[in-house]
Design a protein around this ligand. Structure first.
Ligand SMILES: Nc1ncnc2c1ncn2[C@@H]1O[C@H](COP(=O)(O)OP(=O)(O)OP(=O)(O)O)[C@@H](O)[C@H]1O
Ligand SMILES: [Mg+2]
Length: 452
């Protein structure tokens, strides 16, 4: 823990410094309130131990300042003899604890308080991550797939899981990039810490910046309270930067700075914070090409593709279709019905298909298959049953040959469905290509009867 001690008595500073060092803390001491606030603005601390009564800016003011500007910092106040009332007031004002200075002053109490604080802080961080809803759970250590390309990829994942270097995962939409990122985290020594994800293409620049780095109160209009960023929330864990190709140039610069120095600042903040996360980025576009086209910074690319995982599209590894289909048939299996399997002919039909939406599309197809199967359906799945669950492809192919659609709405529908298909059912991408709101897309799809 990084601890800042503010006390005007040199003896107290010395005792605290000595005790806290022995506890393994990183300690800074200052003799005045003003210097304390300056230190807080400059560096990031976990905890401030401050004397209550001091000339100039006193402990109460420091407490107030910290609560307002740096709510993630805990404050312990030191009180002199007979200052119970002030101690109670400090607790009410948001101090985490208070310690009475006895004479002679020793550090025993302080070590106990800090040990407790450390445990609470780590719990708090985990809670936050849980609330963000992104802590990975129940990830199988090895993902289904038997093709040589997939096996080699999994071997690499297992190997690099132990390292710290940033990772770039490239592959077509729906090929399993996020799943691989989660698996990587699960196999890494960071598995007990959070896995947090952010989609760099889904939010505005300003929002992305404050999401990643956090912001101070009043950093921008609407920032009514300070907020901790994802880098801090994922502390010790993995931060997944999805669709990194969509990051604006200024954001690329900020990210590069974090990757290079391991340090960053909150929006509107003056403190330098230390990042302890493993960055895993993903892109369904070729970053090398984007770089050559001047759309992605070469220095950032150089930095993030230290380890490059290229996920092969499903059509290039048809051997994986049977095990994946089996896996999804089990996933979507309704209890009380027999688990079905695909006939050799049906498998052949699946292998012949080009799967532009990759594994996600296969998953959707199997899901539809399971939903449509009647209660009494049993026996292997034959190609005719498959034809029913690939309606969108069929629809679009038929439509192309048929007479031009009549109404504008028909044309719109056809176009939307085609783009959706091109993106393998990925609605975020579809909305982006169509240059409409994600919500608008959902409304339209609902109108066309496309749910799921
Ligand atoms: N090898 C696999 N085994 C089981 N499920 C898989 C596998 N690969 C992908 N999936 C499933 O396919 C779907 C899409 O995977 P994922 O979200 O990881 O793709 P992605 O590459 O991140 O796609 P996008 O580029 O569209 O974000 C998910 O439901 C995922 O669980
Ligand atoms: Mg993804």
């Amino acid at each position: 823990m990084k601890v800042l001690v503010i006390d005007d008595e040199e003896y107290v500073r010395l005792v605290l410094e000595d005790t806290l060092r022995q506890e393994g803390c990183d300690v800074t001491t200052v003799a005045q309130g003003q210097a304390g606030i300056e230190a807080l603005q400059e560096t990031s601390y976990d905890c401030v131990i401050t004397d209550l009564r001091m000339p100039g800016i006193d402990g109460r003011e420091i407490l107030q300042w910290v609560r307002e500007h740096q709510p993630d910092v805990d404050v312990i106040v030191l009180t002199g003899h007979g200052e119970v009332k002030s101690a109670v007031e400090a607790m009410k004002a948001g101090a985490w604890d208070f310690l009475a200075k006895q004479t002679p002053f020793d550090g025993i109490q302080v070590s106990a308080a800090l040990t407790k604080l450390q445990a609470v802080r780590s719990l708090r961080r985990e809670n936050l991550a849980l609330r963000l809803g992104a802590v990975s759970r129940h990830i199988p250590s090895v993902l289904p797939g038997i093709s040589p390309a997939w096996k080699k990829l999994m071997e690499t994942v297992e190997k690099i899981a132990l390292a710290q270097a940033p990772v770039l995962i490239q592959g077509e939409t729906g090929s399993g990039k996020e799943l691989i990122a989660r698996t990587l985290h699960q196999l890494s020594p960071r598995r007990d810490r959070p896995f947090l994800a952010v989609n760099c293409g889904a939010v505005s620049d300003q929002l992305l910046e404050s999401e990643l780095f956090g912001h101070e109160k009043g950093a921008f209009t609407g920032a009514t309270a300070a907020k901790i960023g994802l880098i801090a929330a994922a502390d010790g864990g993995t931060l997944f930067l999805d669709e990194i190709s969509e990051m604006s140039s200024p954001m690329q610069v900020s990210l590069l700075r974090v990757l290079d120095r391991g340090e960053y600042r909150q929006v509107g903040g003056t403190r330098t914070l230390t990042a302890n996360v493993r960055f895993v980025a993903a892109s369904n576009r070729n970053l090398q090409e984007l770089m050559l086209a001047g759309r992605f910074r070469d220095d950032l690319l150089y930095r993030i593709n230290t380890v490059l995982l290229q996920v092969p599209p499903l059509r290039e590894r048809p051997e994986d279709i049977p095990p994946l289909a089996k896996h999804f048939l089990q996933t979507f299996h309704r209890s009380g019905t027999p688990i079905r399997h695909l006939s050799p002919d049906a498998l052949e039909r699946l292998a012949a298909y080009s799967w532009p939406g990759n594994v996600r599309e296969l998953r959707n197809v199997v899901q539809r298959l399971s939903l449509l199967a009647g209660e009494k359906t049993s026996g292997p799945i034959e190609p005719d049953e498959l034809a029913v669950v690939l309606p969108m492809n069929q629809l679009i192919r038929d439509r192309k040959d048929s007479a031009p659609p009549g109404s504008l709405e028909d044309a719109e529908k056809e176009h939307i469905l085609r783009v959706l298909k091109d993106h393998g059912g990925n609605k975020t991408q579809t909305a982006k290509t169509l240059q409409i709101d994600y919500k608008t897309l959902l409304t339209k799809l609902r109108k066309y009867g496309v749910t799921e």
